[in-house]
Write a protein that binds this ligand. Structure first.
Ligand SMILES: *Cc1c(COP(=O)(O)O)cnc(C)c1O
Length: 357
């Protein structure tokens, strides 16, 4: 760090560390909520064919407005959403960065309710937006009164809501989103990265879009679609929000290969999403098994489970790694997070966590 700080670097970056979820090559990797299933052959073929068809035209810049891809994404979302409502980028992290570049920035603030996604404060830092770490209820839930009181106190320009919330797992009560939208004129970002895993009956914030120009719902193909390596995130919002974000995006940010691969993958959505039910089963099995053993576990609408460990989570994390099972220390005292993957991975996780004492 001292070496970096010797450079004429921005003062607010001095002494800081980058995002760094460990990428360690162990047999069981359950730390970044990836989909554990490799892409089915039919999808591999479709994506390869689509990418190949783009090759000859790589001398040309891609469609910088990605209209074909946005049309396909709108069709997938439903809820009356059209291409004019949708914007896409290299992962929803880039989507959120573009939104902060547009609606945050120097002299402005962004607020999130922790514990939540660790990238929000980092994206705020990178865009010069002041981060306000508001808090959830002690049981990791978030009630309208607790959310609104903190909005009244801080009056942020941008509010992050994550539903289902990472790392705690539960979807937000729609009453919270309503209350937040009723309280702020700032932009409200609802991150639905894990929406496809939510328990049935969970309402998407997409249903609220027609009534709120300051609402943005972000999604990703990194989780349920098993397309994390493809880097494709997107949002749905009022068409003017799409227009506003175009002021800050780089001219050709989404390569023609990415656009073609993502469109081909979307065309195979049923095959890709076929793993979602199996993953939800493993999630519910992890929750039920840990609870039977007397472990405290947060309810989950996602493809991961947050559970309490007896004592220092860093030690338990290391012991699990020593047993070949990589899980996630999200920086929450006495809690760890595990991704739900295949049945075999659940077996390995449950065996390793049993023997930890
Ligand atoms: C994994 C995750 C994302 C996805 O990020 P991508 O850049 O799309 O891979 C977004 N939000 C949350 C809360 C996540 O956990």
């Amino acid at each position: 760090m001292a070496m970096i700080d010797d450079l004429p670097i921005r003062d607010d970056l001095k002494g800081q560390s980058p995002y760094g979820a460990p990428q360690i090559d162990v047999p069981v990797r359950l730390n970044t909520n990836e989909n554990s299933y490799a892409l089915p052959d039919a999808v591999v073929e479709a994506v390869a064919e689509a990418v190949r068809a783009e090759m000859r035209d790589l001398n040309r810049y891609p469609d910088r407005d990605a209209v074909g891809l946005r049309t396909d994404l709108a069709r997938y979302l439903g809820h009356g959403v059209t291409a004019a409502n949708v914007w896409a980028a290299n992962g929803s992290n880039e989507i959120q960065q573009q939104l902060l570049q547009t609606f945050g920035g120097p002299g402005r603030t962004a607020l999130g309710f922790g514990p939540s996604y660790s990238m929000y404060p980092l994206l705020a830092r990178g865009t010069g937006t002041r981060w306000i770490g508001a808090h959830r209820n002690p049981d990791f839930g978030l009630t309208p009164d607790v959310a609104v009181a903190q909005l009244k106190e801080h009056r942020p320009d941008v509010v992050f809501l994550c539903s289902p919330n990472n790392p705690t797992g539960t979807a937000l009560d729609p009453a919270v989103i309503d209350a937040v939208l009723g309280e702020t004129k700032g932009m409200v970002l609802v991150d639905e990265a894990y929406f496809e895993f939510a328990r049935s009956g969970t309402k998407s914030a997409l249903t609220l879009l027609p009534h709120h120009r300051n609402l943005v719902v972000t999604r990703t193909m990194s989780k349920a679609f098993g397309f994390a390596g493809g880097r494709l995130g997107y949002f749905a919002a009022d068409p003017d929000v799409v227009g506003a974000v175009q002021l800050v995006r780089l001219p050709y940010h989404l390569s023609s290969l990415t656009q073609a691969a993502a469109r081909a993958a979307l065309g195979q959505a049923p095959a890709l999403l076929a793993t979602v039910d199996a993953i939800k089963q493993q999630r519910d099995r992890i929750v039920a098994t840990l609870r039977e053993r007397g472990t405290k576990v947060a309810d989950s609408d996602a493809n991961f489970v947050l559970f309490e460990v007896g004592g220092d989570q860093k030690r338990v994390w290391q012991r699990m790694l020593d047993r070949g099972v990589l899980i996630r220390d999200v920086g929450l005292d006495a809690w760890l997070r595990v991704t739900a993957g295949t049945a075999t991975e659940t077996d390995a996780f449950l065996a390793a966590i049993t023997n930890r004492q």
